[in-house]
Design a protein around this ligand. Structure first.
Ligand code: DP6
Length: 327
């Protein structure tokens, strides 16, 4: 039995991935830029075991069924094809944050699964190869393979659609203060959101604006200019939600609690605090700030009545093997 365990960070996108050119291969419509989150991680142990008749998938202590199971099995099939094996696998996966609540659990999950499963199958993939593999499980997972600040190059085909590091975690002491306003499963998964995106008349406007915004975000990142980054972050997050809300049928990730947190954070900024919001395809708010302000922002966020939980994240590292196995 060959067993390996990997840990991968979730990531928060500064420029979002929303919509695919090729849904099966998860080739995106645009490049995206993100930061790994050191306190939102998935740990996954994989063992290929010749005595198993079927894959055994345990997520958060529960046997996975239906679509989540099928998605993991499809990913194991990709690894089996690469390794030229047919052996079934035992997979145990554990998040340290609530699943399906706007923290991109599929990103850390498929990044950790890609690394653990390939190693357990006896393969040693390069960072680029791992990113290409992880992308096919969940698009944003390709950005959780390298460490720190990362850009996913949309590419033109599978072989050139992968994430590259822009800067290491130590480059900029940013924080993502995640304000969890709901821990319930989101109603529409990202995969359905990507599929619906082309029905929005606003998508073309967004795509036309992105090359300039990507360049702006790269410049802001390299200059460690939070105010410049913040303007683009907020614009991009709102556009993702505009595209979702103007899709047919419309998708509302928007929630009253989320809007109250955004409004409140904007009043803090008006008072001089350097804080900018971004959002994913869920109800929670990510407040981006510098390390020196993170504790104060977290304390203020905890005092908002809609807040369930606050998680402070520094820039996280690359997906990596860890010695402690989950079974
Ligand atoms: C809003 O990577 O979760 O978080 O490829 O279908 O798994 P799938 O989608 P996913 O989409 C992420 C969407 C987003 C924006 C982002 O992280 O770029």
């Amino acid at each position: 039995m060959n067993r390996a365990t990997a840990l991968a960070c979730a990531n928060i996108a500064f420029i979002k991935y929303w919509g695919n050119r090729d849904a099966a291969l998860r080739l995106p419509l645009n490049n995206s830029i993100s930061m790994n989150l050191d306190h939102a991680t998935t740990t996954t142990t994989v063992a290929f075991d010749a005595t198993l008749n079927d894959d055994e998938i345990i997520i958060g202590g529960q046997a996975a069924n239906d679509a989540p199971r099928a998605r993991v099995v499809a990913h194991l099939d990709r690894v089996r094809a690469l390794a030229h094996i047919e052996t079934r696998a035992r997979v145990h996966s554990q998040n340290n944050f609530p699943m399906g609540a706007g923290i991109a659990s599929s990103a850390s999950a498929f990044a950790a699964l890609s690394l653990a499963a390939t190693r357990a199958a006896g393969l040693e993939l390069s960072e680029r190869e791992l990113s290409i593999l992880a992308r096919q499980g969940s698009g944003s997972a390709c950005r959780s393979i390298p460490g720190g600040f990362v850009e996913w190059l949309a590419g033109t085909e599978s072989a050139n659609s992968y994430a590259v590091p822009l800067a290491p975690p130590t480059f900029w002491d940013l924080r993502d203060v995640i304000v969890v306003v709901s821990t319930t499963e989101k109603r529409v998964g990202s995969t359905d959101g990507h599929a619906a995106a082309p029905t929005s008349p606003f998508l073309a406007t967004r795509l036309a604006a992105l090359p300039a915004r990507l360049a702006h975000v790269r410049r802001a990142l390299f200059a460690r200019d939070l105010a410049a980054l913040g303007v683009a972050l907020e614009q991009d997050a709102l556009e993702l939600h505009f595209v979702a809300m103007t899709s047919i049928p419309p998708i509302y990730y928007w929630s009253p609690g989320m809007v109250r947190v955004i409004d409140t954070a904007r009043t803090w900024r008006a008072e001089g605090l350097g804080v900018y919001f971004t959002l994913d395809a869920g109800p929670n708010v990510h407040l981006i700030c510098e390390a020196k302000d993170a504790d104060q922002i977290a304390a203020r966020a905890r005092a908002i009545p809609d807040t369930h939980q606050v998680i402070i994240n520094a820039p996280g590292g690359a997906a990596r093997l860890v010695p402690e196995h989950l079974f």
